[in-house]
Design a protein. Sequence first.
Lengths: 350, 584
Amino acid sequence: MSNTTADPGPRSAGDDAILPDAVLPDLASLDVPKVPGGPKAFVGRSPGQLAWIRLKRDRVALASAVILVVAMIVALSAPLVQRLTGISPTDQFTDQLTDFGALPVGYLGGISGKHLLGLEPGLGRDILMQLVYGLRTSLFIAFAAAAISTTIGVLVGVVAGYARGWLDGVINWVIDLALAFPFLIFALAAIPVVENRFFTARDTIPASFRVGMIIATFAVFNWTNTARLVRGQVISLREREFVEAARASGAGTAHILLRQLLPNIWAPILVTVSLNVPAFITAEAALAFIGIGVTEPTPDLGRMIYNSISYISADPMYTFLPGITIFLLVLAFNLFGDSLRDALDPKSSR
Amino acid sequence: MRLKIGAVGVGALSVALIASGCSKTTNDGGSDEKADSKVQAGAISYDAADNKGPAPAVDGATKGGTFGVFLPDGFEHLDPARNYVNTQQLAALLMGRSLAGYREDGKGNLKVIGDLATDPGTDVNKDCKTWQFKIREGVKYEDGSAVTAADVAYGVARSFSGDLSEGPHYIQSWLADSDDYNKTYKGPYNGGGDLPPGVTVPDAQTIVFTFAKPHCDMPYAATLATTTPIPKAKDTKTEYDRHPFSSGPYKIKSYQIGNSMVLERNTNWDPNTDPLRTAYPDGYNFTFTLQADQIAERLVADAPADQAYMAWANVPPAQLPKTTTAGVKERVSQGPSQFVWYYGINTQRIKDVNVRRALNYALDKDAVLKSIGGTAAGDIATTLLSPTVAGYQKYDVFNAPATGDVAKVKELLGTTTPPPLVLAYANTPRRAAQAEAARKSFEAAGFKITTKSIDPTNYYTEIGRKDNPYDLYLAGWGSDWPDAGTVIPPLFDGRKITPTGNNNWSYFNDDTVNAEIDRIQGLPDAAARQAGWAALDQKIMKDFAPVIPVNYDKDYMLHGSKAGNVFLSDAYGYPGLTNVFVKQ
């Protein structure tokens, strides 16, 4: 039950009294505006502001943030894109496929003024619309799963870290148990069984149910990391003077947990979230490869890549477009997550 | 016979991102063979010259070398009693000889002649009820012992066993005079004798089958592996799959199930006793471990080690463009097979014939065919019978365009709202795409469709259950021999419906159709039977529309540059092995 997570040290939003010593050298070296020839002017900034300043200076963070914002806007405005192009993601333009082999007619996988990114071979669906709606599916699943698993993880972690004794023991045991489950095998076994439990063979299974199942499966398996991280943080913080002080002045457990401890650990949580999201995007794509991802006709990036792989030489654009989309998305999230960690936790920066 | 539903898998990703993406794709087609609707001329030949060994030599063929086959799935069964899949049947021809067999020359001539027997069966009393076969002299097993008529009878007897039920059941049902063929006689394992009912063995070279009803198709049924001789002493029951005792020109050298099989010469085989097999190669290699795209890529590349190999797998749509270039397209065997793909409409649920007709109008067959590769995978179907079946007549009772006719659907349905329908499909990428194409076109015509995926290995089991919960599902069927008598009765005879294992996927049962099936089967004249089946085909679609014919299946298979005399067998759909050779 040792605390194995790296401890970035306590920080508090907007409470100068407990500003950790470790931050001070950084403050002097990094965040003080240097006026050539003039006297040094000290400006008081909160750690949050400092992090924000560091983040803004990071060009990698800026570039990846732009990609992410664009992706999110596109995903959110998918129906708008549909209205603009007048093409639904499930529309099939089979008249623009060859009779032999059913490949899109024209250059680069059927790219034309009407179909900006070409058509899928076989079904003849518009790749742009598939990507736009696929992005929506991927991002929704990833964000929802990250939000749920982080919420569970934080709550469980705070309770376990603060509780000590048997409750901590039990929670740790549950975490170990959850970690011992192989994720893919569980998903493969659980998703069809649960579907059969709630739907008969003739019921329409709404697309949202499968999406919900995937989110739930991710959440069930990924809260443990956050919980362990948070527990470790809380254990290292709970003996600090400011907690003692709060307790001495008569604060209740809820106040200590939510107002004293939680604000001090939000930075590592934020980093965890930013790294969980791309992990979920790739995991969701991986589910498509074992046939338990999002099903037709809901557009999905993972399934699109899976279907396109065999076309890599016949219609490379079909493989390339969803591949580069998911690649950029995951790369941007990962780089942004790294930058965020660097900004929030200067000790670990280069 | 059935066709595997999940025939195309996705294998390892090969990094071959070539510059083809920058060239323009045009729709002038890669298929050279445009008018490829050939009709099988299934003649039964009693001509002494045809029935005499050795088999006619193949032009330019040379002896020696090892011939190879790539196929994506292992054989489930090589036991003659359990062999009902075309790849297994073709492979089994190398190791086992049944009473009759098909002689093909690759130019569309198909003759049924005697294989083990001296002719394709003598109709003793000219009433198709008593069939006598004379076993050739000098046919030997791999250990040098002689093949006797009693061994053929024993092979038929053991095929009655419930443990070996996977094979065809024509001869068994005819002998027992019941579709429930092993109700009384259950084969030699379960207390029965070594001779099934109705079979007599007057001497070591003669076997006689006596049926209660006339069965004029006996020469065709005798080509099935059911009549392969098996000596009782060599019968290992369910283990026989691992090592069939060879009566053909080759025997098993090594066999790792699901991985590879190597055949070597059976030195006791005498070419003068065999009118069907030239047996040019010294041996055969079967490799079961490659996926369809890997097979296609290796054969397109034609590396020296693969040049004497051929594929028993259709080229996946994604690989098709590579097969149209010079140097590759000469090595493609393509043409129609005897299989037809249908959407079965569950008539237990959809009782209104107008709804079934509307479904026929609604389906965009063009889109459904394109989703699996377009004209390389098949041609749009309008009939129940395949163009390869003798007596096939082209017709289209709906005359809808290939992309469907939404206006006609609206007209047929009028004010009635169609019930919500469930479309089931085998969960492979190919079938999922096809189901999506079908769903889209049904919905465009106003139907409400729910799609359900089924594990591909259970697919036929699921849709073959009488109380299955689905309304529409794709199924493929091919004739066991080029006669509609092996298509319409198994698919549309309502009296054959059982709780499980059905091939009548629409659960269609109509007394007039059943009576007509009986009437046609009783006709003594082959031409009259053929005309009868063709008329019944049209009547079923016109009056009942229990299925939606989707496409006539087409094969498109590659072989290496040193594989000689490779052509699609009209009888089995895939390229055969008995007369191939390795180019030196």
